[in-house]
Design a protein around this ligand. Structure first.
Ligand code: PMV
Length: 347
């Protein structure tokens, strides 16, 4: 079995050159066709390809500087994280994959502008921003696909946060996983909106890594998941190419519910929903029965992410007071090719 460090080492110079600072922003992303299940635990290689939309200016910004007092410092939203805490350990472990035996201690300062009230996971944007900041700090000049493959080693969904707009994470075939990276789709949809419905924000008892492993190992229903995901991926490509919003929304909603069905069929059962999640789902279905085109998707948590078009924003906001609305394509050059995340560094 190949380790993360072995794979990464092949792409690093023999001697690292550290700069004065490395900085990057990466957006959060919401999968319309989910990643659920790994074929390789160590490298985070997926059983199925997935497709997401990045959340524009909502995400993580990471600044890396040499640390003056001889020890590493990890900060999150301005607060120093204790050495050995879950967050600091994950960050330092990831940095060590690149720093290797270089002894230079660093200060790694991350700010998430995802409203904490939105209950959105930040590991995708966090690892993507960290990867981009390392690339900047050590002047690694890695290609976008390599950055995506390496960010994947921090958290699978981080592979997609290297890019803006619609993004597909190709599952790849290689044992070292270097063909398992995301690519940006050449498509822009300025009218598309994502609404974040907060149900609960506390830390979940079973994280996605443990949740997907449990599902793969214990749910017979999981057998059908790769097929469902392959069909949905195809439908999403058709929906995006033809700007068919109802096909996009219906596919994303069915995909999310299918993923949750596999979780519920695991043992011990895994149900991330809260009673309020079900109330919100029924509200979405009620709005649809009234002719309002709104759909939802959900990840490994109780919160809903609504999908709709700008023309129905007002109605949906009045049905879901306090909804955080994101326009994934609003500030993009819709005539140009999809931009690489670094292009929105100043967002
Ligand atoms: O990247 P991870 O390991 O946190 O897994 C993400 C899993 C889902 O959010 C449920 C689906 C996805 O594709 O983002």
């Amino acid at each position: 079995m190949i380790s993360k460090a072995d794979v990464i080492a092949r792409y690093l110079p023999a001697q690292l050159t550290a700069g004065e600072r490395g900085e990057a922003f990466a957006p959060s992303n919401i999968a319309l066709c989910k990643y659920w299940g790994k074929r390789d635990q160590a490298l985070n290689l997926p059983i199925n390809a997935s497709l997401s939309v990045s959340l524009a200016h909502l995400g993580s910004r990471t600044l890396i500087t040499p640390s003056a007092d001889g020890v590493d410092h990890v900060l999150l939203n301005g607060e120093e994280q204790a050495t050995g805490s879950r967050f600091a350990t994950k960050v330092v472990e990831f940095v060590d994959l690149f720093r290797r035996n270089s002894v230079q201690p660093l200060t790694i300062d991350t700010h998430n502008n995802i409203p904490t009230a939105a209950g959105l996971a930040s590991s995708a944007s966090g690892f993507a921003a960290l990867m981009l900041a390392l690339n900047d700090f050590y002047t690694l000049q890695l290609a976008p696909e390599q950055l995506s493959a390496f960010a994947r080693m921090g958290s699978g969904s981080a592979s997609r946060s290297i890019f803006t707009g619609f993004v597909e994470w190709q599952m790849g075939q290689r044992e070292d996983g270097m063909d398992s990276h995301a690519v940006a789709l050449n498509a822009c949809w300025p009218q598309l909106r994502v609404g974040l419905v907060k149900v609960a924000t506390g830390e979940k008892k079973v994280d996605s890594r443990a949740g997907m492993q449990r599902t793969v190992e214990s749910a017979h229903l999981y057998q059908s998941w790769p097929l469902q995901a392959a069909v949905d991926l195809e439908k999403l490509h058709i929906a995006i190419a033809g700007r068919d919003f109802n096909l996009l929304g219906a596919t994303a909603e069915q995909n999310a519910l299918s993923m949750h069905a596999t979780m519920i069929a695991s043992w011990p059962p895994l149900l991330y929903w809260q009673p309020e999640s079900v109330v919100a789902m029924q509200q979405v279905w009620e709005l649809r029965s009234q002719g309002i085109d709104v759909y939802f998707t959900m990840d490994a948590g109780p919160n809903l992410k609504l999908l709709f078009l700008d023309k129905q924003q007002a109605e949906i906001e009045s049905a879901f007071p306090g909804l955080e609305v994101v326009a994934p394509f609003l500030h993009q050059q819709c005539t140009a090719d999809p931009s690489f995340t670094d292009a929105i560094k100043e967002a």
